[in-house]
Design a protein. Structure first.
Length: 147
């Protein structure tokens, strides 16, 4: 048995504490060993990613789960900044939001989101979606080593 288990770092950018708790619960029961980092607004997300202020020792996430409707700096602005930054643009960004608006879907893909998922309202389905995201992006897909 391999004694070195690779931990993956996931950054969840979510201002709804209930949704953040649901994601945390879904990831706890996952087979993939992960460290979930949660920030609740777009400015904190960029500080985390750029390792500034209180996030100076933050790890580089392997995956970002990003809500669109955030305080201080919305998810569209965060996505644009991530994808324009040569040091961050290869981190997969999964939009996980309640918006089903066509303009949000189109704008997110135009800003180079890796995928767009509408949050299910049901607890079981929400858990299933979060686990599927993690399984796909961290078990199946080959990602560049950005660390």
């Amino acid at each position: 048995m391999n004694s070195t288990i690779k931990m993956v770092d996931i950054l969840l950018v979510e201002d709804n504490p209930g949704d953040a708790d649901l994601a945390r619960e879904a990831l706890i029961s996952s087979k993939i060993h992960n460290n979930l980092h949660v920030v609740n607004d777009g400015e904190k997300a960029m500080a985390f990613l750029r390792k500034t202020g209180e996030y100076a020792s933050a790890p580089r996430p392997d995956l970002i789960l990003l809500d669109l409707n955030l305080p201080r700096k919305d998810g569209r602005e965060v996505l644009a900044e991530i994808k324009q930054d040569d040091n961050l643009k290869r981190i997969p960004v999964v939009i996980l939001t309640s918006s089903k608006a066509d303009e949000d879907v189109i704008k997110s893909y135009n800003l180079h989101a890796n995928c767009y998922i509408t949050k299910p309202l049901d607890f079981f389905q929400f858990t299933k979606v979060v686990q599927s995201i993690e399984n796909f992006w961290l078990s199946i897909v080959v990602l560049p080593n950005g660390k």
